[in-house]
Design a protein around this ligand. Structure first.
Ligand code: TYD
Ligand code: MG
Length: 452
């Protein structure tokens, strides 16, 4: 029997039940319901005050000092993803796989902000102060006036933050914090939710921006911290493929900026280095391109970026051919394959299909359809595309190639990197550009070896 006011909260999906059960009715997980007390004892409530209303038009009351618009760290790749710097009093969740470099990035961010005069604190529940210091020294940040603490008890952190006015506070990580108001262990949904809630409330009240670091599980979901997503103003994910030094910071939610911006970094011996021109990085090796390799002229956020799409179409040894894709959507791959089969006469029925986006980038633009289709056709026909050609365009189910946004910008970036031709939808005319309105025309052009 549940006690009065007790709720059982699933630690993996966050759904709550009145009764304990071995299996969560919400997500089907086993042994993940944990009791959580919801009602406070009578008399424990603080007396309430009427909420204060303010004008939308930035009028300030006498009791308030106008706040600076944004804290720019000077790390441009980070500032841009935040929408031009960190908004004072905002809460940001930074998620990523363990070891991807979240702590490294956060240390660089607080150090950079501190060097520009912001009062910054870095609170780690994972490392000792000495460890953080020695890492900072190795990264050349020893001179930055950042305040450090190694602490996991929420109440002590909150007391510490009340004592001094901070502009930016990093909590690394939210999964290590615990509040003695709950019995659940650190990292549980109850703890993560309540600790994040308290910190966000404190941030809004005290004016300090709070960055919460959260670890992600294998399936790409921010475990535990997922329940925090709705509380924070921005969710940034820090991604990187194993074996590549490149790291991409991506906005998943941002109340103060666009979410399609990416920041590109390279992990080196002394921390993360900004990559201002990511095209060169995602292009793979230079030199002659093999069949199946196509350069896509894409747009990531506000920037044009060239990316290499690699496809391999090979006879299948098994009854059910394989379809594997890295860096692109598998549903989109199935669609492009179906259009190539039914509108262009290319058969993939008994062939394995592999598609890879070089450099560990994940592309989500529809404009990549034609690049993927061209890579697949190029591999299937065993014909390489000309070395100086980029590809972009959206492909519809009817086999049409549709115009995409910002074609001029794509062509300009391509020209800057020595690509003088483009295969794409009708649009801006340029010398040597091949405009196609049907996917079948594009495939026919690729098949005509004469054009190379
Ligand atoms: P870290 O920031 O601790 O990852 P996270 O906080 O996301 O778990 O980064 C750990 C990895 O980064 C580790 O494998 C070592 C590497 N690294 C470098 O290559 N160079 C550096 O200067 C630093 C600080 C870390
Ligand atoms: Mg860390």
């Amino acid at each position: 029997m549940a006690r009065d006011g007790a709720l059982y909260v699933c630690q993996s999906c966050g759904s709550s039940q009145n009764k304990w059960a071995g299996q969560c009715p919400g997500c089907g997980g086993w042994n993940c319901l944990v009791e959580e007390l919801t009602s406070r004892p009578p008399g424990a409530l603080a007396p309430s005050k009427a909420t204060k209303m303010r004008g939308l038009n930035f009028e300030t009351l006498e009791s308030e000092t106008p706040s600076p618009i944004r804290i720019a760290t000077g790390i441009e790749e980070f500032d841009r993803v935040c929408g031009g710097g960190i908004v004072p009093g905002s809460a940001i969740l930074v998620g990523g796989d363990p070891g991807v470099g979240k702590s490294t990035l956060m240390l660089q961010v607080v150090a950079a902000a501190a060097m520009r005069g912001a009062n910054c604190a870095y609170i780690s529940g994972e490392e000792a102060v000495e460890q953080i210091r020695s890492r900072a020294a190795r990264m050349g940040l020893a001179a930055a006036p950042v305040k450090l603490a190694a602490e996991t008890a929420l109440r002590e952190i909150l007391d510490g933050l009340k004592r001094e006015k901070f502009d930016l506070v990093v909590i690394d990580s939210i999964q290590t914090l615990w509040s003695d108001a709950h019995e659940a262990g650190p990292g549980s949904v109850t703890q993560v939710r309540s600790c994040a809630g308290e910190l966000v409330r404190q941030a809004k009240k005290g004016g300090a921006a709070v960055i919460l670091v959260g670890h992600v599980t294998k399936d790409g979901q921010i475990a535990g911290p997922r329940v925090v997503e709705h509380m924070v103003d921005a969710v940034l994910s820090f991604e990187g493929e194993r074996g590549y030094p490149f790291r991409i910071l991506r906005g998943a939610k941002n109340r103060f900026g666009a979410t399609d911006e990416i920041g590109v970094f390279e992990m080196g011996d002394s921390g993360l280095r900004e990559v201002r021109n990511p095209s060169a990085l995602f292009l793979g090796e230079g030199g002659a391109r093999a069949a199946g390799s196509v350069v896509f002229a894409g747009i990531e956020g506000s920037r044009p970026v060239l990316v290499e799409f690699q496809a391999l179409v090979a006879p299948s040894a098994y009854g059910t051919p394989r379809r594997a894709v890295v860096g692109w959507d598998s549903g989109r791959l199935a669609m492009v394959l179906a259009v190539l089969e039914s509108r262009c006469g290319l058969g993939f029925g008994n062939r394995d299909v592999y598609l890879n986006v070089a450099g560990g980038l994940r592309v989500s633009e529809p404009a990549a359809d034609l690049a993927a289709a061209a890579a697949l056709a190029s591999s299937a026909l065993d014909v390489a595309l000309p070395q100086d050609c980029v590809v972009f365009g959206e492909v519809s189910l009817s086999g049409d190639v549709r115009p995409v946004s910002r074609m001029e910008a794509r062509l300009k970036e391509a020209a800057k990197l020595g690509f003088s031709r483009a295969l794409g939808p009708c649009g801006p005319e340029g010398s040597g550009n091949i405009a196609v309105s049907r996917l079948a025309d594009a495939v026919r052009r690729i098949g005509e070896e004469a054009w190379t």
